[in-house]
Design a binder for this molecule. Structure first.
Ligand code: MOS
Length: 746
């Protein structure tokens, strides 16, 4: 039991037989049969359908809405505009915690970006509400707008996102630069991207007296309950927030937006349940996006090709009324051994919706630019890209001097390079062909930090040997319900099929944020601790009971496995059922928490290496990825099947970022021209080549007691740069922006 009880320490916990198995998703059958209930599937009696009307200009005022026409349409029950919209209990600009943006709830007639909600129509049917919103026919007083990096307004800030410093300096960049043998500069732009989860943002809200029930997909159930409560001015205990399934979140469902509050307020005022589902085009503005970046990198090398100085500056956009700055330069903090390092961020304000976290926020665009610059530096040193990265391998975190908690990156390089067949790659561009197509090979390093949030869990062992585990985690397709249950089963020392997992709503202990690639580590630790706490109570009962074969063994002298406690000093054991029965108990309930205590003394990252092969049409500039291989070191892999799926998903996201994803503003109207899945391209099966992701063994005794890092976001990093570098190798053209446009290559 010693190792079970030592979870808050640095001890490395041995898990049982569930964790490590490549199990299929426990919720898979529910999902493929349509039995999984998503927020918009709820149809409470008396339901009203809500539809937002949104602004068609990017800046100015709404001067007229034909409310009479909308209200007169058959089936329309209510039209809310800034003149009559129900009010929040506190200011819509109140920052009650760092995960809150302006609650746009029809508070005034200002238009701050195209697509901003300007009215809400409620009707008996979706069709009537839709037609009512159309009949509003808004008129505007437009003002000049700015929507691009070039014309946006610079502003002063010393923080990026969630209060992180905008600038980091270690060493003396200028001094190192003046003595350097090679100086390399690279500028890389990345596009603005939208999350485009398949499930649209949706909410069904119902009041029962003072009690509020909310169904809405949500990546941070406990925090969101608090946010709802604060803006509604009610006690959090009055709210039940359900989010059993999320049809894709990617960060956009971690932060509440005003429409959710409006639906709740309308339901209260009208005394009927309200459902609001955003149309695809309405997801391009009010619910976050990844801001565009312009990144300038400078790398100075000594004569042997060692990095003497690394500088990474990011210019990015935020809205006119909130601050979220894509922290792309942070990707350069810890990856390569740069003794002199400077990273900076510069924000500009534009008439756009507030950006937000999107899969691998900061790291994805930052890694894309860094890897392009690294290949440019390798060329100036006359070194192979892999050789150059190995030469500049960081043995400790260059930004802090801290040792890494673990770093299996060398193994990743070796494994992925071997599988790809990197050895013997010709150094010159345009030297490989496949028929009339130019072929190129490129690589990039993947890296993502290992944050932990705060989570709590309960684990109840019942008299029949089964268990109930409870934490509020949502399953957003990543497989949380499966991986977390595997960890919990091992914490309890029972088989997975004996574990009932209660999850997905706010009356359960809070599982923390499903984001930052830290959910399995955080909620998993809480569940494991809860299970271990229950087992500890059982051990206490047995080892102090003279009738038990475990009597006198002491808590530290027994081990939990297969629903029994086993003496460590001989073969004797006793089942959980027998222990509980003799004690006359129906159950024992354990509680657990998951969090990282104190300031970490080690740098904690998942790492990886991605190798890409592209084929480029020399006449059309069309790029196809033909092979993509990644190897990742991410600590303990709880479920290899789900981890591989996450890594592949991230790498495929990288294909989209490198070659396709881009929301385009019409600078004249300030509106997006491609706010739909026809115009906003993401990879489809035909875009995805022979692809593989493998993991290398990595034991991490520091990151948390279970040794779990994270796999949700790292796949995007490394991949974009690898594809860009492969395009250089095929064509001799170094990408200056992502996605790479065909015309830039011919
Ligand atoms: Mo994510 S951007 O951590 O959901």
């Amino acid at each position: 039991m010693d190792d079970l009880m030592n979870l808050q320490g640095q001890g490395h916990v041995r898990l049982g037989s569930s964790a490590g198995q490549a199990l299929t998703r426990r919720d898979g059958r529910l999902k493929v049969t349509g039995a999984a209930t998503y927020a918009a599937d709820n149809r409470p009696d008396g339901l009203l359908h809500a539809v937002l009307a949104t602004a068609g200009i990017a800046k100015g005022r709404v001067t007229q809405l034909d409310v009479a026409a909308a209200a007169a349409h058959p089936g329309v029950v209510k039209v809310y505009t800034p003149e009559n919209a129900p009010r929040l209990a506190i200011s819509p600009d109140e920052k009650i915690h760092p995960f809150v943006w302006r609650m746009e709830t029809l508070t005034d007639d200002r238009v701050r970006y195209a697509g901003q909600p300007i009215a809400l129509v409620l009707a008996e049917t979706l069709e009537a509400a839709t037609e009512g919103a159309r009949l509003l026919a808004p008129r505007y007083e437009a003002e000049p707008h700015r929507v691009t990096l070039d014309d946006a307004e610079p502003f002063e800030t010393d923080t990026t996102v969630f209060g992180r410093p905008a600038t980091h300096v270690s060493g003396d960049v200028e001094a190192a630069r003046s003595g350097a043998a090679h100086h390399v500069e690279a500028t890389v732009e990345t596009s603005q991207q939208y999350h485009n989860s398949i499930e649209p943002h949706a909410i069904t809200a119902r009041w029962d007296g003072a009690r509020l029930e909310i169904d809405t997909p949500n990546q941070a159930i406990g925090l969101s309950k608090q946010t709802f409560a604060a803006f509604l001015g009610i006690d959090p205990s009055q709210i039940l927030l359900r989010s059993p399934f999320i049809g894709g979140g990617f960060g956009s469902k971690a932060i509440l937006y005003g429409g959710q509050l409006l639906a709740v307020l309308a339901a209260r005022e009208l005394g009927r349940p309200v459902k609001l589902v955003l149309r695809r085009d309405q997801m391009y503005g009010p619910v976050g996006h990844r801001a565009p970046t312009r990144q300038a990198l400078q790398i100075d090398l000594d004569a042997e090709g060692n990095i003497a100085a690394l500088e990474h500056d990011t210019v990015t956009l935020t809205s006119s009324f909130d601050q979220f700055l894509e922290s792309a330069s942070n990707a350069s903090h810890s990856l390569y051994a740069a003794p002199n390092l400077r990273t900076t961020h510069h924000g500009r304000r534009a008439d756009v919706g507030t950006p937000g976290p999107m899969r691998a926020p900061g790291e994805a665009p930052g890694s894309a630019a860094l890897e392009i610059a690294m290949d440019a530096a390798a060329r100036s040193a006359g070194l192979d890209p892999l050789e150059f990265r190995l030469k500049n391998y960081a043995e400790s975190d260059p930004s802090t001097g801290q040792p890494f908690s673990s770093k299996g990156l060398r193994e990743c390089y070796a494994e992925a390079a071997r599988l790809f067949g990197w050895a013997g790659r010709p150094a010159e561009p345009r030297s490989l062909r496949e028929g009339r197509l130019l072929k190129g090979w490129g690589m990039g390093t993947a890296q993502f930090p290992c944050p932990m949030f705060q989570a709590a869990a309960h684990a109840t062992l019942r008299a029949d040997g089964t268990a109930v585990i409870e934490t509020s985690a949502a399953d957003m397709g990543q497989g949380a319900w499966t991986a977390l249950a595997q960890i919990a089963a091992d914490g309890l020392g029972i088989d997975l099929d004996k574990v009932e997992f209660r999850s997905g709503h706010s009356d359960l202990p809070d599982a923390g944020v499903a984001g930052g690639s830290g959910h399995t580590a955080t909620a998993g630790t809480a569940l494991f601790n809860a299970g271990a706490d229950a087992v500890r109570q059982l051990a206490e009962l047995a080892t102090t009971d003279p009738a038990s074969p475990l009597f006198g063994a002491g808590n530290a002298g027994v081990t939990a496995r297969a629903g029994r406690l086993w003496r460590n000093d001989d073969e004797r054991s006793e089942s959980y059922e027998d222990i509980l029965a003799r004690a006359g108990l129906d159950l024992v309930r354990g509680e657990g928490k998951g969090a990282r205590e104190g300031e970490p003394e080690r740098a904690m990252f998942s790492h990886g290496a991605v190798f890409a092969e592209v084929l480029v049409d020399p006449d059309l500039g069309q790029v196809r990825v033909s092979r993509l291989i990644g190897a990742f070191a991410a600590g303990r892999i709880v479920n290899p099947r789900l981890a591989r799926s996450q890594l592949l998903g991230g790498m495929i996201w990288g294909i989209g970022m490198a070659l396709q994803e881009e929301a385009v503003h019409d600078a004249r109207t300030g509106r997006l021209t491609n706010a739909d899945l026809a115009g906003y391209h993401v990879p489809v099966n035909a875009d995805v080549p022979m692809i593989e992701a493998l993991t290398v063994h990595e034991d991490d005794p520091y990151v948390n007691a279970l040794g779990i890092k994270g796999v949700g976001e790292i796949g995007v990093t490394g991949t974009v740069g690898a594809i860009g570098n492969a395009v250089w190798h095929a064509t001799g053209v170094q990408p200056a922006r992502f996605p790479i446009h065909p015309e830039s290559l011919i």
